[in-house]
Design a protein around this ligand. Sequence first.
Ligand SMILES: Nc1ncnc2c1ncn2[C@@H]1O[C@H](COP(=O)(O)OP(=O)(O)OP(=O)(O)O)[C@@H](O)[C@H]1O
Length: 335
Amino acid sequence: MTETAISTSGLWRRYGPAGDAGFDAVRGLDLEVREGELFALLGTNGAGKTSTLEVLEGLARATRGTVRVLGKDPYTDRGAVRPRIGIMLQEGGFPSDLTAEETARMWAGCTSAARPVGEALETVGLAGRAGVRVKQLSGGERRRLDLALAVLGRPQVLFLDEPTTGMDAEARRATWEVVRGLLAQGTTVLLTTHYLEEAEALADRLAIMHEGRIAVAGTPREVTAQRPSRIRFRLPEGTARWQLPAELGARGDGHDVRVATHDLQGTLTGLLLWAREHDVRLGGLDARTASLEEAFLEIAGGGPHHGTATARDTAAHDTATHDTAAHDTAEVAAR
Ligand SMILES: Nc1ncnc2c1ncn2[C@@H]1O[C@H](COP(=O)(O)OP(=O)(O)OP(=O)(O)O)[C@@H](O)[C@H]1O
């Protein structure tokens, strides 16, 4: 049976005093991350991701609720938990005159059972930059040095707070490979990111936070399953939207048309047959299944599926078939 690596129950985090002068950044969070999985915590700016992470990392105390990391309270039992976790904060602070290798060596001195410094730099693809001073590293390379320090102690649980911010597409993909390698070795990873394709590429499960709560949670597939697929195209001059088959439910501005459908193949076939029959060229035709981005934007904008769910709700449905799981997610999301 898979063990739980991280769990929270009714977690609240408040900044400032009780009453109107204070602010609840995290509002009753129930979360369960299983050993060996990558769980992505997504959300709008200010949703409460970092506030949550700081509590899980033992850097801040929960105002209310229970938190367990590897079976222990990360704040009150910090001495036991800290050596077993790795943390990559949103902003690392390095002495800028040290080289990458010196920085890692200094950090290794504070880490119990550190892996060799060269191995850590190699893991993140910085072996060739070991002798370069931190101030001469690019922003992306500094993030990778951050990652090297986070994995120095061979952590069982790794917290990555926006690990690829500032990296170009190639460096980002290289970092994904590093993370996949760590997962293959059995590391549990809790990741926050603003790059939805990063969550789609890496996450076993994810939760989207909004205003201190989890709005929706599940596998990437479960989270997107209820969203409609989209078709977009541009009608040529002389053809108007009202001439399209009514069952398409087409919307749009002027000649730009949008269609939302839960039967992408059927709707697209109908559209293409109509276009052939009427000799109409559909400009910029684009058809795609729902993405995490649509789910995210809907939640961020307080759309129809915006509700409250817990990661645990969807975890309970793991053995269900895909359809049942998707149905369950819809119920959870609509609650
Ligand atoms: N020290 C603080 N004192 C008061 N309010 C704070 C403090 N730190 C954060 N907040 C507020 O708590 C809320 C959650 O912030 P948090 O940094 O956890 O969000 P986030 O989801 O990590 O956002 P981002 O994606 O922008 O990093 C925000 O409204 C923020 O302004």
